[in-house]
Ligand binder design. Structure first.
Ligand code: HAM
Length: 412
């Protein structure tokens, strides 16, 4: 029978997470969670499936027209795999606006899907920490959100010089649009060009903005009041690596106030690590009044690149602390009992089932990076004392079954 072997490659632009990758992913999520919970943010979640119309209402056009994964389900509904979390969280908050106690400090780490050209820092599925503060339209909320972003970076071990927060306000662009008599469509076109400023030569950029906004148009190089205030308040909190950048405008339609992005100062990573801003009108797409909101998204792909570039990736270790090798099969039952005792005492242990020679069992433990090993043989069964060996330095300790868990806790 002719067989067409299946490819082992994953779908284009998505990643498989082998245990060593998963370890890094978990590390990233844990640090994110710890940092945002310090500020009292609580976690929420939602399905990856959303009605397609949710994104038509108010996202960036590029996302809706070119980047969504949309299909028709068996009931003829148009469904989209969420490309971002903001419309979902706005929907959730709007749905329970009467019961929820504002201000809301919410976070989530959803996986998102965008049909993009895969490249460094860009995939078709990424995980994105979303941190959003609902119900407050004052500048303190903007400052808190930026302080949270800053704290996340520090929690990864980054130093202030390793990254930079670039901030602007949509208000500046709106004022300019009024000054130059731009229609809302032209203003949006202008914004989308400014958003891509870094991706084209300066000359081309100048030509393009003048083609949209007229020959006299010059991109304003002064920060608006809200931006000035946010920067000075953050500086008072010892957050110094924040700068006004008139080219930060963000692609999405829904932003209404400050907009910001966080960048690696190392040119190897050119893509934003975080992106966010104030979006006071999004919730009013649903029934009811507006709910002021400010927040950001921080992607796992760009953060992983950042950690790698700055030597901040954690060293892989499995959860198992001890590998119980078996010297001969007559000792298996005792080894099983030892494993059960240790697991009850909170130690993660691997019990050998390879039935290989002792030396080979130890090699398995070593190659799987399990730090300690013990071999159960007739002598151990008789004495109830076990030789616990640290594979990294070869140092051994002889311990009773009941002493092993506590001892490992101090050694690890
Ligand atoms: P965004 O700028 O599209 O914003 O994404 C935020 C971050 O997610 C980016 O800075 C990047 O780290 C990561 N990211 C985005 N797309 C990809 C991709 N294709 N591959 C890898 N990483 C990616 C938003 O999505 C807004 N909804 C964020 C927000 C929350 N605004 C307010 N609240």
């Amino acid at each position: 029978m002719a067989t067409n072997k299946l490819s082992t490659e994953s779908y284009k632009g998505v990643r498989d997470f082998y245990p060593e990758d998963m370890f890094i992913q978990k590390h990233i999520f844990e640090r994110m969670r710890k940092a945002v919970e310090k500020f009292g943010y609580v976690e929420y979640g939602a399905s990856v499936l959303e009605p397609a119309e949710l994104y038509r209402a108010k996202s960036g056009e590029e996302i809706v027209n070119e980047q969504t994964y949309t299909f028709t389900d068996r009931g003829d509904r148009e469904v989209t795999l969420r490309p971002e979390m903001t419309p979902t969280v706005a929907r959730m908050v709007a749905a329970k606006r009467r019961e929820l106690v504002f201000p809301l400090r919410w976070y989530s780490i959803p996986n998102l899907f965008r049909y993009e050209k895969p490249q460094r820092g860009r995939t078709r599925e990424h995980w994105q920490l979303n941190v959003d503060l609902f119900g407050v339209d004052n500048i303190q909320a903007d400052v808190e959100i930026l302080a949270v972003a800053h704290e996340i970076m520090l929690s990864f071990g980054a130093k202030a010089g390793d990254f930079e927060i670039r901030i602007n306000s949509r208000k500046m662009l709106e004022e300019q649009a009024t000054k130059y008599n731009l229609t809302p469509e032209k203003a949006k076109e202008l914004r989308l060009i400014i958003d891509k400023k870094g991706k084209m030569p300066h000359e081309e950029f100048q030509q393009k903005i003048k083609a949209i906004a007229g020959d006299n148009f010059e991109l304003s190089q002064v920060a608006s009041n809200d931006v000035e205030k946010v920067i000075s308040l953050l500086k008072k909190n010892n957050i110094e690596n924040i700068v006004f950048d008139p080219s930060i405008v963000r692609g999405f339609d829904y932003y209404t106030g400050i907009v910001f992005e966080v960048y690696d100062t190392n040119p190897e990573n050119r893509r934003a690590l975080f992106g966010g801003g104030r979006y006071d009108d999004l919730a009013s797409l649903f029934d009811g009044d507006k709910i002021p909101a400010v927040g950001f998204g921080a992607g796992d792909v760009t953060i992983r690149d950042f950690l790698e570039t700055h030597g901040l990736l954690p060293t892989y270790k499995p959860s198992a602390q001890l590998y119980i090798a078996i010297q001969d099969e007559t000792c298996r039952e005792s080894a099983e009992m030892l494993a059960a005792t240790l697991r009850r005492n909170g130690t993660d242990v691997v019990l050998d089932i390879s039935q290989k020679k002792l030396g080979d069992q130890i090699k398995i433990a070593d190659r799987q990076k399990i730090p300690f090993v013990t071999a159960v043989g007739a002598e151990e069964v008789k004495s109830g004392a076990y030789r616990i060996k640290n594979l990294a330095d070869g140092i051994e300790k002889i311990l009773k079954a009941t002493e092993i868990s506590d001892s490992l806790k101090t050694l690890l």
